[in-house]
Every structure is written in C-alpha cells, then in structure tokens.
Design a protein around this ligand. Sequence first.
Ligand code: HPA
Length: 345
Amino acid sequence: MKTFNEKEFSPDEEIEDLYGPPIEPEPIPAESELINDARNTQMVYGPPSWFSGGMMPATPAPVTDINQRDDYARLRALLETIRSYTDFVPKVGLVLGSGLGDFADDCVDIKVAVDYKDLPQFPLSTVEGHKGRFVFGYIGDVPVVVMQGRVHFYEGYPMRDVVLPTRLMKMMGAEALFLTNASGGINTDFTAGDFMLIKDHISCFVPNPLIGRNVDELGTRFPDMSEVYDGQLRGIIKAAADDLGIELKEGVYVQLTGPSFETPAEIRMLRTLGADAVGMSTSIEAVAGHHCGMRVCAVSCVANLACGLTDKPLTHAEVQESADKAAPRFKALVTESIIRIAKAL
Ligand code: HPA
C-alpha cells in the first residue's frame, strides 16, 4: 500500500473519494421564477408539517427565496381574493389580542367575514382559542376590518408572513391601525388587569419584519421610527379612557419571540432597558403598519405580573383568564377610541 507521500497527490481525487463527486451549484433563478415560487409554495418556512397537513416542502427553501420574493405581488393576489368576497373598504384596522377574541361578535355590526383559511397562502394561527378571520363591519358608523386572531413569530412563520395581514389591511384601505394584546407587567407600579397605552416599543430582540427586498409600493427602505405610535391618536385614547373612567397607564412595550415566558433575569434586564410590559406580538405589526403609512396606536392589557415579580409560575391559562376578566372594560375602551379616532382621520 502506498503511503500518502509515495502516492501522486491529487487533492480533487482525495476529496472525491471522501465526499463523492462535486455538486454543481444550482443556477440562480430569474426573478419571475422566484415570484412564482413564493406564490406556489404553500409556506416557505411555515408551521410544522403536522399543522399544514403534510403540505410543507421536505426541505425548506433557501433563505434568499423568502428575502427576495415579491411580497407586493402576493399582497395584490390576496387583495383580489378578498375583493371577490367583499368590496368593503375599512377606515380602521383592528387586531384583537387575548381576551378580546369575541370583541367582533359583541361590538361590531358585522357585514361579512372572510376566514383566513380561504385566502391562498395566508398564515394560519396554530394557537388554541385564536379564531382566524377578517371581520368587516361597523363600530358606531366607522367602517372597520377586524383581525380575529393573529399569527406569532413563535409559530414558525417568517416575520414577513407575520406582518402580511397588517399590510393587507392597509391595501384594503385602512388608514389607521389599532393593535391590542395581552402582556406581562414589568413596571412595578402595574397590577394584573391594568391597561397600558403603548407610547414606544423595543423591537430589536426579534427580527425586523422589513428585512428582505423592500416593498417600495408600500414604503421606504429606511423608515423613520421616531414616532411609531401616533401622538394624536394616543391623546384621543387617553381622553376616551378618562371619559369612561377607565384607568390607563402608559409605557414602553418590548416584544420577545416567545413562546417561553421570560426568566426573572431577563425581566430585570428588560426593566433596566426601559420596558414597562413584555409580550410576543405587536411591535412588529406596528413597524410594518408605520412603514406603509398607517397611523398606528396600541393598547396592552397587562394580564399578569412578569416572571419574578410573583412567586407563582406563569401559565397561558392564567394570562387568558386574566385578559378575559378585563375584557368588558377593554371592549368599552377600544370601541370609544375607534369612534373618536375615525373623526381625526
Ligand atoms: N410574557 C410574555 N408575553 C406575555 C406575558 C408575559 O408575561 N403575559 C402575556 N403575554
């Protein structure tokens, strides 16, 4: 047997012996193919295959596909489908968080509803208790579209898909975006059941939803974020809360990915950074809404004190229960606020 030194050394052969023949790189597809791919693939990085009934591709598409795909074409196709159900043009888009799930049934004069599952390639919520549909109707005489159920980053969707519904509401005609959620209170002045008007957020612990090719038709590549939560709308919500006798705190919301709740050390860190409440949604929707020119506002229901502030372990059931308890006041505040906001648009 020849030793390494005796053999005529051919690095390519050695490598081929070890790893097999070289793999030719795939040619980069033309842009039109990428667009088609984005349209035809059920979910590029979707939820796990058990959820989508085995529709997931066996191998996820390379990251470049999702970053380069034409989201605007996808949004236009979705809008077309919506328009095949209804020509309703909303003035305000409302996203319902935990505890507000039945807001649409109780507080909206519903004209038509479209299930997310009837929209091609629409991200579907995997969280129990989240209905998935757009409700079109009136709050007072304000035409609204209500998202009854949202998807979260922790469900496995790419950020661009998580904010797709936000962008779609803008394309439907919504001028303002009203976001709601349940959160954990970090500020030690907060108690469970408080409402917090979001005045600013910390979103840099989660991927930015605008990463990837910019949708120029919606907004600029480098959007300013000095006032994501519209000052005038915040004033209107504060006045509405005042008139209704509902106490409204104000503070900074921080979004983490979840789905695990935070550790006590993380909560201490977040407090040091200036956050008042923590949750797993909302700030990315606010970024996407602000990017495409909607006037954004958001109210959080502080469903629990954040980890480490009590000695009880946190559960989703507790969050849900607490948000449900606050729901009647939350519904009154959202209803009155939207009626007043519409007058300012
Ligand atoms: N942490 C994160 N998200 C939450 C919490 C929390 O304590 N409560 C409700 N959503």
